[in-house]
Design a protein around this ligand. Sequence first.
Ligand code: NCD
Length: 309
Amino acid sequence: MVNFKGKHILSGKQFNREEIEHILKVASDLREELKSRPSLDLTRGNILATLFFEPSTRTRLSFESAMLRLGGSVIGFAEASTSSTAKGESLEDTILTVCQYADVIAMRHPQIGSAERASRVATVPILNGGDGAGQHPTQALLDILTIKTEKGAIDGLTVALVGDLKNGRTVHALVELLKHYQVEMIFVAPQELRMPPEITESLKSFGVKIKETDTLSSALKEADIVYMTRVQKERFSDPSEYEKLKDAFILNRAMVEQGKAGITILHPLPRVTEISTDVDSLPGAAYFRQVRNGLYVRMALIALVLGKI
Ligand code: NCD
């Protein structure tokens, strides 16, 4: 039996296939319910706190929109500089404090492992909205929902993950979900930004078929899904290294048209230069539909950890 009541959502690694499918089902049901009304009455009286110690547009606003559309309320901060972190308060003390005010916490923090640290002291569920270059499980779930919605099924697909596979927390989380499906993975990255070998090795020992390449055009010929990512500027200690790598892959309309027919293009966003805007009007450009799915997945997760569904 799948039961998320009171649970923390910290990493893509925590889910089995049954749990992933359950979250997708709840998210799809909520999507249906929102077709006939703008909001529901599931979490009335409950409060979500959003603690964002790192920049965000989609993750924070979609968590907030999700809670509001569930009928609950939201408090929080979008900048560590306006919280007591600026006075030297520890993450643990901030969490212990916010647990006195909120029933569930969504957080983003620049340090790997920060959400896990928060969960050790928290008395309410922690939803990890990104811990440095670590994990981003709610993004991975919305990515999976988008793949399923766009393609009808996940088994049998070839998925190319492109860009900063070293620092990108979205891809680190997504592969942990995809590994539960019959999916072939192609990792497309410059040498300097390859998927960390420990992740690749653990996927291979799980039985996943993986190819690694530094050419996007060859991957586009084979992939059903191409998942573009931004080179993660904020993780570089040497700005010249970022300058050298920032435009490593730029997907344009002509490249998509020469790729496999029916290819679906995803991106967690924000994009910088990785996808030319001439791709946006192609039928396979699904990245803004992907954004919308984030709302349903975060509604599902909030409702589930609060035990409302
Ligand atoms: C991603 C993130 O913050 O990891 N954005 C998001 O949550 N949709 C991707 C990125 O910033 O490149």
